[in-house]
Design a protein around this ligand. Structure first.
Ligand code: IPE
Ligand code: IPE
Ligand code: MG
Ligand code: MG
Ligand code: MG
Length: 322
C-alpha cells in the first residue's frame, strides 16, 4: 500500500526562520523561536515541582513518568495555554499549572497511543517508547499516573476556586470519553473502516483538537476571558487542531524520522485512514492551509484583545517539520 505523493519532499517552516515574520507582527520584539523556547523552558522547569517531595511514590513508576515527560516534545499545548492567557491580557504564571496539566495529559496519551494494543510504536520523542523501556504494565501505569496527577495540579493552583473548578471540569470533558479518549476509541474502531471525511473529522476533532481546545480555553479561563473570547479560541482550536493532526499524518508520509523523533509510515503499517490516504499529500497540505486560515479568522473575529502570538503559532504549526 502506498500513499499518493509518497516520497515527495517540501519546504517546511522552522521557528528559527520566523524572526522577520515576528518582527512587526505586533507580537512584541521577541521572535517566535525565542518565545517558543522560553515558554517550553518555563513549563519544563515547573515539571520539577509537580509532585510533592514527601509523597512516597514507587521509584520505578516515577522513573517511567519522568522518562516520557522529560523526553522533550514541542510542548505545544502548554505553550498555547500560556499564549492564550496572554492573549486576554492575563498573567501567564497563573496559567502555568493548567499548562502543565495539558502536557501531563498529552504525554499520557502518547504513552498509551504507542502501546502494542494501539499503534505499536517503538520510538517517541527521539527515544524508545515507554513500554519498550519499562514494559507494558509500567507504561500503562505511568500514563494513568500522569493523567490522574493532572487534576491534582489544577486543583492545587492559586487561581480563584471557580476558575480552577471550570478548568478541571473542562479537562475531564475535553480529555475524557466525550473528548480525546472518545477520539482515540473511534480511531481504533476505524482502521480502514472509515468511509468518509466526516468520520475522519470526528476522529481528528476529538483525538487531537479537543486537547488543543482545552489548552486554549484553560489559558483563557485563567485570564478571566468572557464568553465571546472563549468561543473565539474554541473555534480557533478546533481548526488548528484538525490542521495539526492532518499535518501529523502528512509528516508520517513525507517527514524525516530524525526530526520527528518517531518512525514514519506508522499509519500505513497500522492501516489508518488519514487525509493523505484519502486525498493525497498535496491536497492534505492545502487543507492544512485552509483550516489554519479559518482558525485565524475565527480568532480575529472574536473578542480577543491580543491575538498576535496565537496567530503566529498557527502559521508556524502549518509548516512544521516535527
Ligand atoms: C503528537 O503530538 C500526537 C498528535 C496529537 C498528533 P505532538 O506532535 O504535539 O507531539 P510532541 O508533544 O511534540 O512530542
Ligand atoms: C495520536 O495520534 C493522538 C493522541 C495521542 C491522542 P497519532 O497516533 O497520529 O500520533 P503519533 O503520530 O503516534 O504521534
Ligand atoms: Mg494513534
Ligand atoms: Mg500513534
Ligand atoms: Mg501520527
Amino acid at each position: 500500500m502506498t500513499f499518493p505523493g509518497m516520497g515527495q519532499t517540501e519546504q517546511t517552516a522552522n521557528p528559527d526562520n520566523c524572526r522577520e515574520q515576528a518582527a512587526g507582527s505586533g507580537a512584541g520584539d521577541e521572535s517566535l523561536a525565542v518565545y517558543l523556547r522560553r515558554q517550553a523552558a518555563r513549563v519544563e522547569a515547573a515539571f520539577d515541582r509537580l509532585f510533592p517531595a514527601d509523597w512516597d511514590i514507587p521509584a520505578r513508576l516515577m522513573e517511567a513518568m519522568r522518562y516520557s515527560l522529560d523526553a522533550g516534545g514541542k510542548r505545544m499545548r502548554p505553550i498555547l495555554t500560556l499564549a492564550a492567557a496572554e492573549a486576554f491580557g492575563g498573567d501567564a504564571e497563573a496559567a502555568l499549572p493548567a499548562a502543565c496539566a495539558a502536557e501531563l495529559v498529552h504525554t499520557y496519551s502518547l504513552i498509551h497511543d504507542d502501546l502494542p494494543a494501539m499503534d505499536n510504536d517503538d520510538f517517541r520523542r527521539g527515544k524508545p517508547t515507554n513500554h519498550r523501556v519499562f514494559g507494558e504494565a509500567m507504561a500503562i501505569l505511568a500514563g494513568d499516573g500522569l493523567l490522574t496527577h493532572a487534576f491534582h495540579v489544577i486543583a492545587s493552583c492559586s487561581l480563584p476556586p471557580e476558575r480552577a473548578l471550570t478548568i478541571v471540569r473542562e479537562l475531564a470533558e475535553y480529555a475524557g470519553p466525550r473528548g480525546m479518549v472518545g477520539g482515540q476509541a473511534a480511531d481504533m474502531l476505524g482502521e480502514r473502516g472509515v468511509t468518509g471525511l466526516p468520520e475522519l473529522d470526528y476522529i481528528h476533532l476529538h483525538k487531537t483538537s479537543d486537547l488543543i481546545v482545552f489548552s486554549l480555553r484553560a489559558g483563557a479561563h485563567a485570564a478571566g476571558a468572557g464568553e465571546a473570547g472563549l468561543a473565539a479560541v474554541t473555534r480557533f482550536g478546533r481548526s488548528i487542531g484538525l490542521a495539526f493532526q492532518i499535518r501529523d499524518d502528512v509528516l508520517d508520509v513525507i517527514g524525516q524520522e530524525h526530526k520527528l523523533g518517531k518512525a514514519t509510515q506508522s499509519d500505513n503499517r497500522e492501516k489508518k485512514v488519514t487525509y493523505p490516504y484519502v486525498l493525497g499529500v498535496e491536497a492534505s497540505i492545502e487543507k492544512v492551509r485552509t483550516l489554519t486560515e479559518e482558525g485565524k479568522r475565527a480568532l480575529l473575529s472574536g473578542d480577543v484583545p491580543h491575538p498576535e502570538r496565537l496567530l503566529e503559532i498557527a502559521d508556524y504549526l502549518m509548516g512544521r517539520d516535527h
